[in-house]
Design a protein around this ligand. Structure first.
Ligand code: ADP
Ligand code: MG
Length: 684
């Protein structure tokens, strides 16, 4: 953290607790302030033993009247505690001899736990307790229970948080006017309240985070995120980028296409064209459901770079997809005299070196590939545009690396990211707030919607007959093998076995197999044969999940569909329904279904609307998973919940604008407090 003062760093290395705190993501005083309780325990009152009811934790205090080790049915320590109203037993199954000593008759003890009825009256099993040495006042506030980690006691954590609440700067970053207008509580009082609520605080509000103190913390978090997104957006729009002006190639491509762009495609291209003509880097997400025709829009953008005498790169997450793009681009661009190179991980060294040299010399203006594009020794002469297909499949570091290839004399390349995964509204307003977005919201004409069927796998034989019938009529089919997340080897084995079995069951038809372990040339050969219709049934692992485009394939069977995620099923299904004939996607499932699996299958069955699926996916998996959290580089929200806090998010967005406009100092202070040094990766 750039802002961390030196002395603390020194202290940390001597402080054995620092490593434990780091495990909890706590590095600064302010992190401690924001380490909020999971729940509270009420130790502010004592309950007379006779009045303790079952089911709710209580605090009792009394004198030990007996302390014995009992041996049946198991060895245990039995301590009888009496107050004026009655007697309660504390029972410990694991105990130290020292405990037995400390709980000698006559000692006063305060214990906290749930009382349950036992044959001889009430008992507490393993209560938290403290031996009282003298009169000890009861606390005035509820006792916080914090998330912690092995080796760090609640007591130690509380002490540190206490100290941080005293030491950290909790002054308000929000001007009074904004607070008043939005009805927001003060920051310091909110933080203090959440650590130490008074016993009469609205318990439900604390629990479900609707209490005004929670509202303030969540607002601040959302505001921090909005401000940093905005800051990045501004920084980027001030950076320099090559101006790409219109030439004749883009017009010639459009004129030569066998179809007209849809209205949505034309609109998206218009937005991209405008961005590329500016001297600042484009940072745009092109979003369109599977099959909406993003590739041709990308091709136009690529040609815009070429007609300005610059280079463009297209990066795809899988070799199969990158090769397919290579073919498609070559088919479109070769007639215009534009060379296209393909770089993939599995190519021969010498070949890669030759291609890389051509790219470096600027002899080839368009390079297409997987992440191999930005690995070892690939340099561009003047990369002006980086297209990233299925962007959510890439880590932020990979996107950064590609961008860096084009960094020259302080100028950045334009970036076009493409995704078939629609972004739910609240995600778009938060995590993607620094992106411009173009949406292709219509499919090319003449598509028949895919019919989805849910079929128990006991009816597998019928599906085989169905495939045979479809192929006899000249159509083609995919058979998607089960996902086996735990073991790639097992997944491969299953794919090979499935291929063997289907080849036997579908004797007379040509059955191909494609999976991630094939050499690139083998993969290409199978995909080619399938695209050309020489292979009728393609048995595949999820390598075909994204991008594969074979319009004549109109039937897909997904085995063990219950194992796949929602987005995955939607993507897979998007491989069919690309031609004019009616397509069918059969989801074979095996019982028993978990609740989650049942819900996923129902959603995919009920809708082909990518937005609805994305929304459900967000509900089911949460933003972390949907964003590909571990690699997205975006600090996730800890307190705000996008599903429930949309109004707060909107308010934070408006406040971010207002602050930046009227009180940039407050904005900077707020951002520093909340984002600290954690925002560097957002720049990708
Ligand atoms: P995605 O958006 O899923 O990447 P693709 O770019 O692969 O979709 O396009 C799907 C198919 O639709 C391709 O075969 C493509 O050639 C075709 N296509 C794209 N645009 C149009 C259009 N305007 N009219 C007809 N077909 C189109
Ligand atoms: Mg695509």
């Amino acid at each position: 953290m750039p802002s961390r003062p030196k002395p603390r760093t020194g202290a940390d290395t001597r402080d054995p607790g620092a490593a434990l705190l780091a495990k909890l993501g706590i590095r600064t005083q302010f992190d401690l302030v924001l380490h909020l309780p999971l729940r509270y325990e009420d130790e502010t009152t004592l309950t007379p033993i006779a009045r303790a009811r079952e089911g709710a934790p209580v605090q009792i205090e009394g004198e030990v009247v007996a302390c014995d080790v009992a041996y049946r049915p198991r060895r245990r320590l039995v301590v009888k505690l009496a107050d004026a109203s009655g007697v309660c037993v504390m029972r410990f199954l694991n105990f130290y001899p020292s405990q037995q000593k400390a709980l000698a008759p006559g000692v006063r003890v305060r214990a906290f736990g749930e009382v349950r009825a036992a044959s001889f009256g009430g008992e507490m099993v393993h209560p938290r307790y403290r031996v009282l040495r003298g009169p000890e006042p009861l606390p005035e506030a509820l006792t916080p229970v914090y998330p912690t980690t092995a080796g760090l006691t609640q007591h130690a954590l509380r002490r540190r948080i206490e100290a941080a609440l005293d030491a950290a700067d909790l002054s308000d970053t929000l001007p009074q006017a904004i607070r008043a207008r939005l009805g927001l509580a003060g920051f310091a009082e909110s933080a203090r309240l959440l650590h130490h609520p008074q016993p009469d605080t609205d318990a439900a509000g604390l629990r479900d985070r609707t209490h005004p103190a929670w509202r303030r913390i969540k607002f601040d978090e959302l505001l921090g995120q909005q401000l940093s997104m905005r800051a990045h957006y501004r920084a980027r729009s001030r950076a320099a980028a090559p101006v790409l002006a219109a030439g004749e190639l883009t017009g010639r491509l459009r004129a030569g296409l066998p179809f007209e762009l849809t209205r949505a495609q034309a609109r998206a291209w218009g937005e991209i064209e405008r961005d590329l003509g500016r001297a600042h880097p484009m940072h745009r997400l092109l979003q369109g459901d599977v099959g909406s025709g993003k590739t041709v829009v990308a091709a136009l953008a690529v040609l815009r770079a070429v007609e300005s005498d610059r280079q463009a790169a297209v990066m795809a997450p899988t070799e199969i997809l990158s090769e397919q793009h290579y073919r498609k681009f070559a088919q479109w661009l070769a007639p215009l005299g534009v060379r296209v190179a393909w770089l993939a991980g599995g190519q021969k060294k010498a070949e890669r070196r030759r291609i890389a040299a051509e790219i470096a010399a600027g002899a080839v203006p368009v390079a297409i590939g997987t992440h191999a594009l930005f690995q070892e020794g690939v340099a561009f002469r003047d990369l002006a545009l980086a297209v990233v297909d299925e962007q959510h499949r890439f880590g932020v570091h990979q996107r950064l690396a590609l961008r860096e290839k084009g960094e020259a004399d302080g100028a950045l390349p334009h970036q076009l990211m493409m995704s078939a995964t629609p972004i739910p509204r609240t995600l778009a307003m938060s995590y993607y707030a620094d992106l411009d977005v173009s949406v292709i919201d219509e499919l090319p004409p003449g598509r028949t919607p895919v019919v989805t069927k849910l079929v128990a796998d006991s009816r597998r034989d019928e599906m085989i007959a169905r495939i045979r019938a479809a192929c006899t009529e000249g159509r083609q089919a995919y058979w998607v093998c089960p996902l086996i997340e735990e073991s790639e080897a097992l997944e491969l084995k299953t794919a090979i076995e499935t291929h063997a079995r289907l080849s036997a069951e579908l004797a007379g038809l040509v059955v191909g197999l494609v999976h991630g372990r094939l050499a690139p040339a083998e993969k290409a050969a199978v995909m080619d044969a399938f695209a050309a219709g020489r292979v009728q049934v393609l048995v595949a692992t999820t390598v075909i999940e994204v991008g594969v485009d074979v319009p004549n394939a109109s039937l897909m069977v997904i085995e063990h569909a219950e194992r796949f995620g929602l987005a995955q099923l939607h993507q897979l299904r998007g491989r069919v329904g690309r031609g004019a004939q009616a397509s069918v996607c059969i989801l074979l499932y095996q019982r028993p279904l978990s609740d989650g699996a049942r819900r996923r299958l129902r959603v995919v069955f009920e809708t082909t609307d990518g937005f609805r699926i994305a929304h459900e996916d967000l509900q089911l998996r949460g933003p972390g998973e949907v964003l590909g959290a571990r690699q997205s580089g975006v600090p996730l929200l800890r307190f705000a919940d996008l599903a429930r806090d949309e109004p707060l998010l909107r308010a934070a967005r408006a406040a971010a604008d207002e602050l930046l406009e009227r009180d940039p100092d407050a904005a900077a202070r707020h951002m520093q407090r909340w984002m600290g040094g954690r925002t560097d990766l957002l720049k990708a």
